[in-house]
Design a binder for this molecule. Sequence first.
Ligand SMILES: [Fe+2]
Ligand SMILES: [Fe+2]
Length: 186
Amino acid sequence: MSPRRFEHILRVSGTAQEIAKNLGCSLEKVRLAALGHDLARQWDGSKYIQYLEARGFSIRYEFRERPILLHGPVAAQILKEEYRIHDEDILEAVQHHTLGKPGMGLVGRILYVADYVEPGRKYIDQGFYQQILAESSIHGMVLGVIEHARSRGKTVSGQALDMEQEARNAYTDSTKTQVSYETQAI
Ligand SMILES: [Fe+2]
Ligand SMILES: [Fe+2]
């Protein structure tokens, strides 16, 4: 693994733990997910397909076209087979860290956000980093990240669009809950 990638992984781990601390999520789980998420990132594209097919997975067309998108699923499999990690929150987070996934747990959402905003990313400035970390809910963070990616002209995956919708609904609900609570308090 290149020093550059290793440093990225450490920054993702630091950022993810910072977020986990604020949101009351397990630091150990986000740390393990972050440390494992890009462990197969440097493989050759054809090797991902070979690796997964050898284990009986069928590969969808869009992944055959862009096999690099398989580095998450492959890393999750390696964590399971070689590192004996069976925690579903960690495996899910690693598997879906690139495209996101609606219904994903908190560890997965934190990794998704941290991978995007870690301060070594050229497109991230200090202001945006602080803004995301200051969000009090993971849904606000997810919305901020996807909106930022869109504003950079990045194609947002179908899974991320679904996750965005889900975050928007949850975010609106939590605002409503807050409003009604305040009304009751009066
Ligand atoms: Fe990755
Ligand atoms: Fe990454």
